[in-house]
Design a protein around this ligand. Sequence first.
Ligand code: SF4
Length: 333
Amino acid sequence: SAPLLSVKDLRVVFSVGGTLSRLRGHVTAIEGVAGVSFDIAKGETFALVGESGSGKTTLARTLNGLQKVASGSIHFDGKDATSMGRAEMKELRRRAPMMFQDPVGSLSPRLDVRALLAEPFRIHGMSDRDLDAEVRRLLTLVGLPVDFASRYPHQLSGGQARRVGVARAVALDPQLIIADEPTAGLDVSVQGEVLNLLNDLRDRLGLSMLIITHNLHVVRQIADRTAVMYLGRFVEMGETEAIFRSPAHPYTAALLSANPEPDPDRVHDRIKLPPEVPSVMARPSGCEFHTRCPFAQDLCRRNAPPLRVNGGHQLTCHFPMNTPAQAGLEQAQ
Ligand code: SF4
């Protein structure tokens, strides 16, 4: 069936008018997202993984109409989101709401939980519904007692605040939830509870999800497919399980080895990356990862690697790691 979300060769460009630009006498355009393509199917959870500055949050904000598209296309449920007017974009945000990180800070401190949960209905002109009944329905859906309606954000734990955030996101029968670091700032056990809740709601409500995170354990627990981002591009994309078992891109392997798994079968060779992430304002030549890659060779510094595709697995690297996922990867064109 047709994907719920389809993104093709998306580019997002920022104009930078800082000191650097003034010295040069013109405004510099930098690419925050530099040609990204992916689909999300109905009922699927897709994860975007990368360090801060990789462009993953910019990409998510662009899907919600919060950043301007420079080129490429975004189709949501068959409709072109790049040419939507205000009313259509508002409807898109109802059907594909974004959950922002920081559980407590993203909730207005002056509103109680009842008001916080009623807010989406007010914003979308649905205040005529029985809001008390909706608030009770939503609290029950996310596993909170109904008397939490009278609490204020400072009276909630991080996990409870996150549940309220989830309740707000699912209030208006969405089709896709975009969750930016859904477990940030939570203890590991509470992280697991929030991920279980998201998995459960996905199944019960038939949702699709886009999860943005730097935390690979989150990805493993929740995502069907994963894309690894570096400087605004996907360097590897595939089934989450295949990526975890046998990462083919050195950057993916480095991210995995920085978060070792307790399971000895899954131990990856430790790859330590130099900490300096290059700026998108001064992209390295050839393979943009070459300044940090332990396997870089002259070819990598000279030429950008081709996109290799094997079924649903994609990769851009001249010298994929010698792993099963890499076997049979063919060079596209
Ligand atoms: Fe490393 Fe070269 Fe592959 Fe880039 S193309 S990731 S520098 S081995």
